[in-house]
Design a protein. Structure first.
Length: 303
């Protein structure tokens, strides 16, 4: 019965999900993007692993009063179709480069990257240093974070086997389960992001699992990029206790808390002009629980 319900829900959602949306063709496939605002520079949003444009909505809406802004779904995620190429830092950076060129986004760029975007963006930053006026890393990933974690911490952070996830999605168990359980302790099931992720996870599932499978290779690749020069860099670190809510073992929780602080502070060394900002109302998802702080930090770089 759940499988039939799943197929019905997909049919229902597919009928209207592209209406009113904007796309650009990159490598033969439509890539969905949201471009808002006017000005002489562009605030560029890059999402974390498996995430999409929708996580930036409140921040993008606010900033569009001050500058051109662009967010998008990487290929294979949410509204964008997959190109069939593996997820690498170089591929993500090339995709972003093409998007900005094809949508006539004015330079310079202010890059805003969340989570794994701190890894994905590094080739783009290296290639476009002269066109980047500022970088904001919001809870950005660090190339060494997996290597520094203990086996026990890695086990605590692990997800179910990929075949289990795919089976849950195909049979509709995933949709039913997360109609009653939150996907993240950082926002309730009534939040628009929860509803979006629950409804459309079937469209992103394969690409999300592919990104996860390639993360170690991308972490290792990112180690090559050790300096952004003197580009102004803001590192925003979530310090709310909500991010540690899922850890029952206090030893593992303390290790994770210490590791987060260590790697976030180390990110400051990427630029000779960097600063740390603490997001006290947020854990990892700063765009949701501390979006005003994030917006104000970006505006600071616009002035």
């Amino acid at each position: 019965m759940s499988t039939l319900f799943e197929q019905y829900e997909r049919w229902r959602l597919e009928r209207t999900f592209k209406k009113g949306k904007t796309f650009v063709h990159i490598k033969g496939q439509p890539l969905h993007y949201v471009k808002k605002g006017q000005g002489n520079c562009t605030v560029v949003f890059q999402s974390g692993m498996g995430s999409n444009h929708a996580i930036w909505k409140e921040v993008q809406d606010s900033l569009s009063k001050h500058a051109v802004t662009v967010s998008y779904d990487r290929n294979g995620l949410l509204l964008s179709e997959a190109t069939g190429e593996p997820v690498t830092n170089d591929l993500v950076s090339e995709e972003l480069q093409l998007l900005l060129e094809k949508t006539d986004c004015p330079k310079p760029y202010i890059l805003v990257g969340h989570s794994m975007a701190g890894i994905y963006l590094r080739p783009f930053i290296e290639k476009n240093k002269q066109d980047i006026s500022a970088i904001i890393f919001a809870e950005a990933a660090h190339p060494l974070q997996m290597k520094k974690a203990s086996p026990d911490l890695l086990k605590a952070l692990s997800v179910p086997p990929h075949w289990v996830i795919k089976t849950m999605v195909h049979t509709g168990i995933y949709r039913v389960l997360f109609s009653f359980l939150p996907l993240s302790p950082e926002f309730p099931i009534t939040h628009r992001l929860h509803q979006l992720e629950k409804d459309f996870f079937y469209r992103s599932c394969d690409k999300i699992l592919e990104e996860a499978a390639n993360d170690n290779l991308n972490f290792e690749d990112a180690e090559r990029y050790t300096s952004f020069g003197n580009i102004p860099l803001t590192v925003i670190m979530g310090t709310s206790a909500v991010r540690y809510k899922g850890f029952k073992d206090h030893v593992i929780r303390d290790e994770f808390k210490s590791l987060v602080k260590e790697v976030q502070l180390d990110l400051l060394n990427l630029s000779g002009n960097s600063r740390l900002v603490e997001a006290r109302h947020s854990g990892h998802v700063i765009q949701v629980n501390d979006n005003v702080l994030l917006t104000n930090e970006i505006i600071r770089h616009l002035k």
